[in-house]
Design a protein around this ligand. Sequence first.
Ligand code: F6P
Length: 328
Amino acid sequence: MRKISKIGVLTSGGDAPGMNPCIRAVVRTALYNGLEVVGIRQGYKGLIDNDMYEMDRRSVSNILNLGGTILKTARCLPFKTDEGMEQAYQHAKARGIDALVVIGGDGTFTGALRFSRKYPDIAVMGVPGTIDNDLCGSTYTLGFDTATNTVIQAIDKIRDTADAHDRLFFIEVMGRDSGAIALRAGISCGAEAILLPERATAIDDLIANLKEGHMNKKSSSIVIVAEGDKNGGVYGVAKAVQQEVKNYDIKVTILGHLQRGGAPSSFDRILGSRLGFAAVNALIAGESQKMVGLQANHILMTDLEAALNQHEFKLEEDLLQMMDILSI
Ligand code: F6P
C-alpha cells in the first residue's frame, strides 16, 4: 500500500466560503497522524513558482470564521501546459511532497486528474469547493450554502424597495454553467421567474407570465437570471421585456462577487471540516485520484473523473417543477 509522509494543500479556482475550515481540518488531521503539511500559495501557481511554506497547528488558528482562503487562489493557465506541470512536479518532489489535497471546482479537478495521471507517485485527493454546486458525487460543494444565503439576503432587501415602488427587478446571480444558486435563491425569495443555463426559457412566455402577474395585482416582481443563461444576459432579457411592456418600471442588479465573500455558514464550516478530515484519512488509507463528497449525510469517495462528468449532474427535478408553480 502507498505510504505518505508529507501532504501539500492548495485552493484553486474561484474562492468559496468554507475553504478555510477545510484547510484547518487538513492541517490538523495530518499533524495528528504524524504527517507534515506544506501550504501551497495561489493554487497550482504556487507549485510552479515554488511558493510554499511548512504549516503547523498555529498556521490555521482563528480561520474558521473567515471567507476567502488563507492560501490564496488563482486560475493558472501555465498548469495546463506540459512544461508548467513538469515544473510543478519537480518543485513538489524537491519539497518531499508525496500527496496533494486540492480544494476547488471542475477546473481544479481537471488539472489534478491530468497531473496525477502523468505523475502517479504523488497521490491526489480532491475536495469540492465552489459556490456553483456543480460536481457529481457531492450533494453540496463548499461555499454553496453561504453564497445562496448571501444572495437571499440581498434579494430580500431588493424586494423591499421593489415593492415600495411597484418595480420589476432583473437580478443576475453567479453561475456560468450552473443554475444552482439561481434556483435555490429563486425559490427561497419567491422569484416570479428563474432563468437557468440548464433550461431554455422562451422570452415570450416570460413576458406573458409577468403581464399576468401584473393583472393579478402583484405589486413587485423579481426575475433571477443566472450568469450563464442563454438569453443575452440580464441586460438582454430586461431589454427584451421592456420593449414589450413599456409601462413597467424595470431595474437591473448584478450581485457579482459579493456572492463569493463573507463568513462561512454553519453548514459550510462543518462540511469543510468533514471533507478536510476525510481527505487526509483517505490519503493515509492509500487512495488517490478521488474526490471526497457528501452523499445522504455520509462522506463518500468518487473517482475524480466521475466527479467531472457534467452529463450526470442534474438540478433537483422537484425544485425545477415547483419554481413554475409556487410563484404564480
Ligand atoms: O466558479 C465560481 C464562479 O464564482 C462562477 O460562478 C463565476 O462564473 C466565476 O467563478 C467567476 O470567476 P472570476 O472570479 O474568475 O471572475
